[in-house]
Design a protein around this ligand. Structure first.
Ligand SMILES: O=C(O)CCC(=O)N[C@@H](CCC(=O)O)C(=O)O
Ligand SMILES: [Zn+2]
Length: 343
């Protein structure tokens, strides 16, 4: 089979839509969606790896495509059922985050608010792909979903994870894998949302994480060596190998407030160069929108995903606080120390 990315980019299906090698059988489920089934499973995990939910976030697409090619060629063993997804092929062809509306705000049925939109149809297709995949396994299967993205801006933490809202602690094995993937920070949402990881976690109890790997660049301009730990951890997971326990422990942040763009009057008081995880002191005016003003409430808050150009009603930024009381052995210096040193 021609590789997943080339076919998806060309809007084509493989001539033969299924096949097998000494390790696995594979099935082309839909545009950019391949299901792989091991002939000799060694774990009871069902793993979804998605990328390209935003069409211009190309580094994870390149990384996942390489792994998919090796699996299909029989060069990589497979330990578990695996669903590989390129999320928004139409936007990917145009090197755009989205064409009409952000697919990663549409999950959990929110796509119904966008009648006649191709991206709403894709969101429904992506929901159904996960549902079919998870529900076709046994009840005992351990479900994981890794949704690979890149950030629009540079970040004080180059690689980080964003976890959906959950009322109990995340399993240690999952957190250990996220550390092994080279994530410097983990951000914990405190409210439900329309992302793919919220959907897979809340509807199917998957261990789900949005991985942010560097900054969005066009195909061919990515330095994948920055993500070698994530690549190695993904390959180890897929092959059923344990990841090492010697990785640095990621710093933890939780979402304290969301800045929402309410109207055309919205003004974000940050420069285009403000990095993710930049710290702001208490009382700073962050944004205003008519009568509504957003201030830093706690002694210090860190901004994530500041973006004044989102559609009205959507997130224009998140404000975070550090949450590291439990972390006895943090090996990374805090971004405050690095920001002080840089100023
Ligand atoms: O850099 C940005 O502004 C956005 C990068 C991105 O696409 N992030 C995801 C995070 C999803 C989550 O909260 O889990 C998104 O905005 O959809
Ligand atoms: Zn993204």
């Amino acid at each position: 089979m021609q590789d997943l990315l080339s076919l998806t980019f060309a809007g084509e299906k493989p001539v033969i839509s299924q096949g097998r090698n000494q390790h696995l059988s594979w099935l082309w489920r839909d545009e950019g969606i391949i299901e792989l089934t091991p002939l000799h499973p060694s774990t009871n995990m069902a793993l979804v790896v998605s990328c390209g939910i935003h069409g211009n976030e190309t580094a994870p697409i390149e990384m996942v495509n390489q792994i998919a090619s090796e699996l299909i060629a029989g060069d990589l063993p497979l330990a578990m059922r695996l669903l590989i997804i390129i999320g928004n092929p139409a936007a990917m062809r145009e090197n755009k985050r989205y064409l009409q509306a952000d697919v990663n705000r549409m999950f959990g049925g929110r796509w119904q608010q966008f009648p006649d939109s191709a991206e709403a149809r894709r969101a429904l297709c992506l929901e159904q792909a996960i549902e079919t995949f998870y529900l076709s396994g046994s009840h005992e299967e351990l479900r994981w979903h890794l949704d690979l993205h890149t950030a629009i801006r540079g970040s004080w933490h180059t690689r980080f994870g964003v976890l959906p809202q959950r009322d109990k602690p995340w399993p240690q094995a999952f957190l250990r894998w996220l550390s092994a993937a080279g994530l410097e920070a983990l951000v914990f949402h405190r409210a439900p949302g329309g992302t793919y990881t919220h959907f897979s976690h809340h509807c199917f109890q998957a261990n789900s994480c949005t991985l942010e790997l560097g900054k969005a660049l066009a195909f061919g301009h990515n330095d994948l060596s920055q993500f070698s730990d994530a690549d190695a951890a993904l390959r180890a997971l897929i092959c059923g190998q344990e990841v090492g326990a010697d990785a640095s422990i990621p710093r933890r942040y939780r979402v304290l407030q969301q800045i929402t763009r309410l109207s055309a009057q919205f003004r974000l008081h940050m420069s285009k160069d403000t990095l993710n995880f930049t710290v702001f002191p208490q009382g700073t005016l962050l944004a205003e929108d008519g009568e509504t003003r957003y201030y830093v409430q706690q002694a210090r808050e860190y901004v994530l995903f500041p973006n004044p150009d989102v559609a009205c009603g959507l997130r224009a930024g998140l404000m975070l606080v550090e949450d590291n009381a439990h972390n006895q052995a943090l090996q990374l210096e805090s971004v405050d120390e690095r920001q002080q040193a840089a100023s």
